[in-house]
Every structure is written in structure tokens, then in C-alpha cells.
Design a protein around this ligand. Structure first.
Ligand code: NAP
Length: 215
């Protein structure tokens, strides 16, 4: 566990990240899911280094992301991020799994990937886990891609008001219909923009990592 200090409302020298996020008060309900956005940025606002976010993050960023994943009913990520970061199936520790089950959640959060074109490799690591990934496609996604991905994922169309883009509101409504009301949005920027435009981000978890300088 990486030491993280809480400074408000009282000082705690080393907090349990998972407990902090698990116990946060969020007025969500089956009818109105709560959407948390988690991103790492550099101090000048970059979100990646050579196409990956890893080099921007330190151990605390990763601890925060894992804690949020452990709390969420579903993780939503753009296909661009899933491709560039070579996303794998979500996993949680044995302790978090037990706490999730005790709360009535699924053992691991659902992973939902959003794509316009469905340009994802069915053999990708993303689809290799025991739980089926959900894939939200735009209405205009080619039928051939839908068919090839239907063998490895739960493929759905997210809205039909725009042909080229999946609609954030339709994604949230579909997740809510399946009983998932705590949603973690993991980016990237293009997907975040769609959720922001629909006014569907309730909580921002933005971390900035500053490497330790010389003492
Ligand atoms: N620093 C961080 O915390 C963080 C977090 C996440 C990502 N990133 C970085 O962000 C970069 C990627 O940025 P990005 O803006 O391209 O990411 P992105 O939003 O994940 O990917 C864009 C792609 O996702 C799909 N997509 C997103 N929104 C969509 C919508 N509303 N409807 C249909 N499809 C949608 C499209 O896929 P198709 O092309 O398949 O149609 C689109 O080309 C990567 O370098 C990644 O490392 C950083």
C-alpha cells in the first residue's frame, strides 16, 4: 500500500485508498447512476507519453485507479485507449472481491468499451478474460465488424440519433437497466468529451504526479 495523506476534514497520515472511495457519499440510484472520471495528467495537462499514460503515473495514481475500479459496477473506456494501452480484463484483489460480494456487487466490474467503427481485434488481450466484455458501438459500425466481435463480446448499439458516435446517455441508460449504478469512466479524452457534452460526469478524480526532486 502506498502512503497517501488525508488533509481534510481531518488529518490522517496514511489512508486506505479503497476504504476512502468505498465509503464516499454518492447520491446514485438505479435510475440515476453516478459517473466518476479518473485520469492522470502531467502538470502541463498531457494525458500520455508516446501514446501511453503509464509514464505519467506514479504508485499513488495507480493505487487511486485500483481503488476506484474496486468500487465500480462498470468501467467504461474508449476503444482508442483500449488499443493504445493494450487493455486487459479487469481484476481485483481477493479482499476487494470479498467486499464487493458482501455489498451485493459482482465480483469484478463489467468492462465496457466504446467504439464507432468496431476496429478491435477479437484476439486482443481485452477479450481473453473469464467475463464477457461489453462493446458499445455507433449505429453506423460495419456489420462485418459487429459479426466478428459478437463471438468474443456482448455487442450493443449505443443510441441511434447519430450514426457515427455512440451516445453517452444511451450507454448509461443501458448500464443502469442492468443494475449498474456506479460507473468509472477511464477516458480517453474523446470519450470524456462525449460524456461531458451530455453532462454525465458527476465526480472528477484527476491526479498529477510529481516525481520527487533532489532532497
Ligand atoms: N492519462 C490518462 O489518465 C489517460 C486515460 C485514458 C487514455 N489516455 C490516453 O489517451 C490517448 C487516447 O486518446 P483518445 O481521445 O483517442 O481516446 P479514446 O476516447 O479512448 O479513443 C478514441 C476512440 O474511441 C472510440 N470512441 C470514443 N468516444 C466515442 C464515442 N462517443 N462514440 C464512438 N466511439 C467513440 C472511437 O473508436 P473507434 O476508432 O474504434 O471508432 C475513437 O476513435 C491514449 O494515448 C491514452 O494513453 C490517458
Amino acid at each position: 500500500m502506498v502512503a497517501m495523506q488525508q488533509v481534510w476534514p481531518r488529518f490522517v497520515p496514511a489512508v486506505d485508498h479503497f476504504e476512502v472511495y468505498e465509503q464516499a457519499s454518492r447520491p446514485h440510484s438505479p435510475e440515476r447512476p453516478w459517473v466518476m472520471l479518473c485520469m492522470i495528467t502531467s502538470v502541463d495537462g498531457s494525458v500520455s507519453v508516446q501514446g501511453r499514460s503509464g509514464p505519467l503515473g506514479g504508485p499513488v495514481d495507480w493505487a487511486v485507479l485500483s481503488a476506484l475500479r474496486g468500487c465500480a459496477d462498470a468501467i467504461v473506456v474508449g476503444a482508442g485507449t483500449a488499443r493504445s494501452e493494450d487493455y486487459g480484463p479487469p481484476s481485483v484483489t481477493a479482499e476487494v472481491r470479498e467486499r464487493r460480494l458482501a455489498r451485493g456487487q459482482e465480483a469484478v466490474p463489467l468492462l465496457a468499451v466504446v467504439s464507432g467503427r468496431g476496429d478491435l481485434d477479437p484476439a486482443a488481450r481485452l477479450f481473453a478474460g473469464p467475463e464477457r466484455v461489453r462493446l458499445y458501438l455507433a449505429a453506423a459500425a460495419p456489420a462485418s465488424r459487429r459479426e466478428s466481435l459478437a463471438g468474443v463480446a456482448d455487442v450493443r448499439t449505443a443510441g441511434d440519433r447519430t450514426a457515427e458516435a455512440a451516445e453517452a446517455a444511451a450507454i448509461i441508460a443501458d448500464l443502469a437497466a442492468g443494475g449498474r449504478s456506479l460507473i468509472l469512466l477511464e477516458g480517453g479524452p474523446r470519450l470524456n468529451a462525449a460524456f461531458a457534452a451530455a453532462d454525465l460526469i458527476d465526480e472528477f478524480c484527476i491526479t498529477r504526479w510529481l516525481p520527487a526532486g533532489p532532497a
